[in-house]
Design a protein around this ligand. Structure first.
Ligand SMILES: [Zn+2]
Length: 283
């Protein structure tokens, strides 16, 4: 099983994770720029972070045979801090870089006027730089947040097929599907989407325009839940080809629209995988 995780925050993960991901079949990832937990106080902190997303982290991934790409943006949460809004002026420099395959994560956290402004400005950058956009939906008030998100996307003039609206669930998929945007699902260990729920969605809607990610970060999350979802699909009667489409060809098609996806010389996927959660020593 070859896996492309289209949304994972490796900055907050360890080399054990890279090792386990490689053994599970993960060969390519996209790491979106996001909120790091500790609020940043100036644009320089973002510049250093963006540099690490296109420099250090791809190097770290490459040691495990994993191809790393990034998306850059001012995230919705920090768009509310006036000390950080100048990050918007930094973005053009990064959006021109080879390893950057989309603008993101953009969208809404609390749906404030400052978030409106940053969201629209960054969709305009995606159009200008001919890049796809990765759009985060709020974890609270999801239905209303998704509606408003789709309205802003439509107003921006970006082609819906170049936008993924992420962190969807059973309630929000219909709206996004109708819009023509791609549908992203983050599979989590104990809240929100799980592999069995994802399988039900795939049964109902089919694999078209669907992306499955682990969204693993510094919170409770599991970078191997992409693999677990593939296994749950097979157990439910989907074919290897269906799994390959959802976990590999779909993300390749979506981010391939950047013209910058480099998947040359990716190693064979071997069969050393033995279980769908990371076991750490000591317990
Ligand atoms: Zn994220």
């Amino acid at each position: 099983m070859r896996i492309f995780d289209p949304h994972i925050h490796m900055t907050s993960r360890t080399t054990d994770d890279y090792e386990a991901m490689a053994a599970a079949g993960v060969r390519a990832i996209v790491e979106p720029a996001f909120w790091l937990g500790q609020p940043r106080t100036n644009p320089g902190s973002f510049a250093d972070y963006f540099d690490s997303l296109i420099g250090w982290e791809p190097y770290r991934a490459s040691q495990f045979g994993i191809r790393h790409h990034a998306t850059v943006a001012l995230n919705p949460k920090e768009a509310n801090d006036p000390r950080c809004t100048a990050v918007l002026d930094l973005l053009p420099r990064y959006l021109a870089k080879d390893g950057v395959v989309a603008v993101g994560e953009i969208g809404y956290d609390s749906m404030t006027p400052a978030e409106d402004e940053a969201f629209a400005a960054q969709l305009a950058l995606a159009v200008e730089y001919e890049l796809p956009a990765l759009v985060h939906t709020p974890h609270r008030d999801k239905a209303r947040g998704t509606e408003r998100t789709l309205a802003v996307v439509a107003e921006s003039g970006i082609a819906p097929g170049r936008v993924v609206v992420d962190h969807l669930n059973e309630v929000t998929i219909g709206l996004v599907r109708e819009s023509g945007c791609w549908m992203g699902f983050s599979i989590y260990p104990d809240t929100k989407m799980s592999p069995p729920r994802m399988v039900e969605i795939l049964k109902e809607y089919g694999p078209e325009r669907i992306l499955v990610n682990s969204a693993a970060d510094w919170g409770r999350s599991d970078p191997l839940l992409t693999r677990a979802t593939g296994e749950a699909m097979l157990a439910a009667g989907f074919t290897d080809d269906d799994v390959d489409r959802v976990l590999w060809r779909n993300p390749v098609e979506f981010y391939g629209q950047s013209g910058r996806l480099d998947l040359s010389d990716i190693g064979d996927v071997d069969a050393t995988f033995e279980g769908s959660s990371i076991k750490r020593g000591g317990s």
